[in-house]
Ligand binder design. Structure first.
Ligand code: PMP
Length: 356
């Protein structure tokens, strides 16, 4: 069977070139006679892979030298706990912007460990800067620049003065250039725009390391991982390797600036198709529509099943919306070719013509 266009929200589509390269290298990595997943994480082979991946990510995102990059486990959800454990004392509180399901998860976790104040909310549009009730003594301000389920994306970086910005970039990291120096901590589960699941990348400004509250378990202390180059224990080596292949692929494609252009174009085509019809709709304010995750509903929800079935048969898979919201969702990460979006748009037009 040939490859389909996979619109899954995560684990998600990977570039075909990356998968081909992984296939070529799987039994014999660069003539060492072993797969890279069979070798010691401390050996020269994996050290080379790990260092190159970090260097490439630093180059792609223009990460300043005073930031550490960590390749960790526990997913983005693990970071929901590591962040309060490391950045706020039990007496302090942190500010959180709530723009959807993943913000809610982060807030709930922070509340287990301290005080989390919701300083702004939105579901179909993000709160504007002047609407944020920020606290100058907050340990940090956390927000989710792209809500994967709601398809809601910030169009600006909140300004919080001296309060460090902490962001869950799981579903929009590497989708465009960003100014890393605006943030205290950036984290992203890998399984969307970075690589396979099992890895979370955390980029942290050095002055925020070494502040874990007393009693923090060793594995949840950023300082342990920073001091040990993410090798305090055995890291997810194969996921790290594949992330490195994706970074290399991104560099060959012209980096995040080139991706941004393509991503914007792909998203614009899909939203134009939705807006240009009475059959499909998306509830998000145009300025906050995600470039990565495009939820949409049909005017006749009783046709959802038929839509999915026929899309699947046309090689357009994993379009079912999140179970909490229903409808459809097309995730169009970096690895989704523009041809995939074109194919979806024409399928949608054809389906509408037959069923509207
Ligand atoms: N944050 C966001 C924005 C996400 O999309 C997800 C996963 N879909 C998570 C957090 C949770 O990630 P993980 O499964 O890696 O814990």
């Amino acid at each position: 069977m040939s490859r389909v266009f996979n619109f899954s929200a995560g684990p998600a589509i990977l570039p075909e070139e990356v998968l081909q390269r992984a296939r070529e290298e799987i039994t014999d990595w660069h003539g060492c006679g072993m797969s890279i997943m069979e070798v010691s994480h401390r050996g020269k082979e994996f050290t080379r892979v790990a260092e190159q991946a970090e260097a490439d990510l630093r180059e792609l995102m223009a990460i300043p030298d005073n930031y550490k990059v960590m390749f960790l486990q526990g997913g983005a959800s693990g970071q929901f706990a590591m962040i309060p454990l490391n950045l706020m004392t039990a007496e302090q509180s942190a500010d959180y912007i709530d723009t959807g399901a993943w913000s809610e998860r982060a807030i709930a976790e922070a509340k287990l460990l301290g005080k989390a104040k919701v300083v702004g909310e939105g579901r179909s549009a993000v709160p504007r800067q002047h609407e944020l009730a920020l606290n100058a003594d907050a340990a940090y301000l956390h927000y989710t620049p792209n809500e994967t389920i709601g398809g809601l994306e910030f169009d600006y970086i909140p300004e919080a003065g001296d309060v460090p910005l902490v962001v869950d970039m799981s579903s929009n990291i590497l989708s465009r250039p960003i100014d890393v120096s605006r943030f205290g901590l950036i984290y992203a589960g890998a399984q969307k725009n970075i690589g396979p699941a099992g890895l979370v990348v955390t980029i942290i400004r050095e002055d925020l390391i070494g502040k874990a509250r007393p009693g923090t378990p060793t594995m949840l202390d950023y300082k342990i991982h920073a001091d040990n180059g993410s090798m305090y224990n055995t890291p997810p080596t194969y996921s790290w390797y594949l992330a490195g292949l994706v970074f290399d692929w991104l560099k060959q494609k012209g980096g995040v600036a080139a991706m941004a252009e393509i991503n914007q174009r792909k998203a614009a085509k899909l939203y134009a198709a939705i807006d240009g019809s009475d059959f499909y709709s998306n509830p998000v304010a145009p300025i906050n529509r995600s470039w990565m995750n495009v939820p949409f509903t049909l005017a006749k929800p009783e046709l959802d099943g038929e839509f999915l079935k026929q899309a699947d048969a046309a090689g357009l898979t994993s379009l079912k919306g999140h179970r909490s919201v229903g409808g459809m969702r097309a995730s169009i990460y970096n690895a989704m070719p523009e041809a995939g979006v074109d194919a979806l748009v024409s399928f949608m037009a054809d389906f509408e013509q037959r069923y509207a």
